[in-house]
Structure formats: C-alpha cells, structure tokens
Design a protein around this ligand. Sequence first.
Ligand code: ARG
Ligand code: ZN
Length: 411
Amino acid sequence: MFAGDCASTHDQVLSIQVTTHQQADIVRNISSQYETVLWSPTSPEYIGAHTEVHLFVPANKLGTVTDLLQTHHLTHQVLLDNTAELIEMQTRNESSDPRSSASYYERYHSLEDIYYWINKTAQDYPDMVKVTLIGSSYEKRPLYVLKLSGQQERAEKRAIWIDCGIHAREWISPAFCLWFVQYSLNFYNLNNDITEMLNSMDIYVLPVMNPDGYKYTWTTNRMWRKNRSLSKDSNCVGTDLNRNFDANWCTKGASNRPCDEIYCGKFPESEPEAEAVANFLRSHKDSVKLYLSIHSYGQMLLFPYSCSNEEVPNHAELFELVQEAAMKVKRYYRNNYKYGASAKTIYLAPGGSDDWAYNLGIHYSFTFELEDRGRYGFLLPPSLISKACNEALLALKSIALRVIQKTQSQP
Ligand code: ARG
Ligand code: ZN
C-alpha cells in the first residue's frame, strides 16, 4: 500500500472524537448513512459535542467516510480492522477441535445450542432447576426461564430475576446468563455466597430475552440490536425491547420511527418479548426483590431512573450497593466500572425494563453493562468471556447478598 493510501479492504470500527456541535451534526449525519452501524452511543441523537463515537463502517464506504471526517477536522482511530475475522472466531464450533482448551462457557453459542443447554441443565439438576415457558417471541420462539432453587425449603421465598440478551448483538450477555447458572449449580454448597443466595432466594434466569434478534445476529447481521417484529406502515424491522416498557414510554431518548435503533414500538408492551417478561414480573412482584438486566458494552453498574433525571427515593441506598460492587471488581480484577443512576451516567432512555420493574415495586433494580469499553465492543473475543463474566458475577453476588440482608424481615 502506498503512503497516504489508508483505504482498508476490511470493514472497520472507528473511534471518532467529536468536540464541537458542528462536528456532532456531521457525525450524526454520517452515522445514519453509508450503511454504517453506530456502536456507541446507541443512537445518533445521543451524539453531542465531546462525545467519543464508535462507528462500524463497511469497507466499500471507508474512503467516503474518512474523507468526510478529514474535511471537518474530525480525528479518528481505527479500533478494529478485522471484524470479519473476529466474527468468524466467535461462531467457530470449537467443541470439535481437540486442541481447544476453552470450556463450553468460554464460547458463544447459537440459539439452538442454548435451547439444548436449557433442557440438558434441567435434566442434570432435577432438584435445583425448573424450566418455565413464559411466552414466545414475535417469530414464535419459546421464552424459557430457569428457576434455580437451593435445597432448603422455606415457606415464602424471596426471588431474584435476571434477564440476558434483550439486545441481540450483545453476545456477552447470554454468555453471562449461562455462566451464572452453571456457576450457581456447581458451587451450591461449596461457595458460601452462592449457597446463601440459593437458600434465601429463588433465582429466575431468562438466558435470551430476544431470541429472534439473537438468531438473526448468527445468520444474517452480527450488528442487529432490536427484535424482529414487522410494522404495518414501514419496511423497517424491529423494536428496541429496552424502550418498549411502560416507563415514560417513548419520551426523549426513544424514537417513534420504526427505522431507528431505539424505536419504542407501537405502544408499551406491544412486543411479545417485553409483554411476557412484564406479565411474569407482575405475577411474581411480591416475591421478586431484585431485578437485574444484563447488557454490553461500557462497563457500568446502573440503577433507575433511565427514563427521567429524577432521583428514585432510595437513590443513596442503590448508589451504595453499586459503589461497593464496583470497588470489589476494581480490587479483584483491576477493572474500572462506572456506576450511578442511569440517566445521569449515560443518557435518557425511557421505556427500559429496569425502570418499569422499579415502578412495579421492585426497588432493587439494576442494569449491568459488561465489558469492554470499546476495544472490541460487541465483538468481545471468546478468550475474554471468562474475565467479563467473573467480574460481573462478583458484582452480582455483592449486590444480591446485600439485598438479602436488607429484605430479611420481610416475608
Ligand atoms: N445501553 C442500554 C440501552 O440503550 C441501556 C441504557 C440504560 N437504560 C436503561 N433502561 N437501563 O438500552
Ligand atoms: Zn443493551
């Protein structure tokens, strides 16, 4: 390649430093054209002055895009130049490769694999795992929830809810749910924290809340975020399930345009995936004390509200919980997580499941954004799954044990 010729033959992910309002306009424009996919922030409307933007650019548009950036004095770095290779690495079936030492939980799995795993796990641990069907997706795929219980019978047991994979491209999220279930079952009666958690609380785990989207990221478009529902009056597909809940639904931070990544849907709970989760939580709202939703990326421990800049009544208490969890992650894994109320820590995002659960009465409600900070973004290599999951597990245990103490006197 000649000096000055920086066109790559690969799709790239660029990190673009926006400093002025005028530059923000330009990048907003670029990010909604040229077949680019915005990785961070989630939607062009979140791009302002002083924003670091992560943008996926297909190879045939790199010249055009980088020219535009240069013209407007926008500096950028290449975060990833090997997206195709990374995607190939993540979808390769290593189980047939005897040289691979990665365990089942250190790989990503197709939706079919995960359904098989759910079944197998229930069979292998009949006295600790029950599987419930809570509904089905737009394309009629089942939504299975695993209920994990310790062997101590208690009359009125409290419960934890954990969902993974609301957003299709955040593959580390379902990987975490599988990791968590496996860890809990393996270490029950071996690890004190897990033993106490499972003896005090039932744990409901929904490994893939958006199976249609997840499937689509394996077959067609690795960058897909939303579910796969069709709209009558648009050719664009999909609703953002984390904008579809009834919490200041479709106000600032969501979009009513079906083509947008943060499309809120036709009405609150218009999407069968969101409705199924909402129905389940409504019917278990007295027992569920802790709600947890797992996303990526950004390394953050967040709590309500996302849908408004107001503080929740127990803001200080929730802040302490995430602060303590983040401190532990820092101490044990030397990794920094941001923490705080969601709207103030990232951006306004109405219609989220965590806010909705909070307003339902589940006053310990959190969203985790797992690794990383953008080095690999949604394409986190399999070799980094174990660290991402271990540190999130530590944060989860820290919060759950505190919530168990705090809700002790209640039935
Ligand atoms: N990044 C995620 C999103 O855009 C989470 C943002 C925080 N929102 C929330 N409801 N917790 O949906
Ligand atoms: Zn997400």
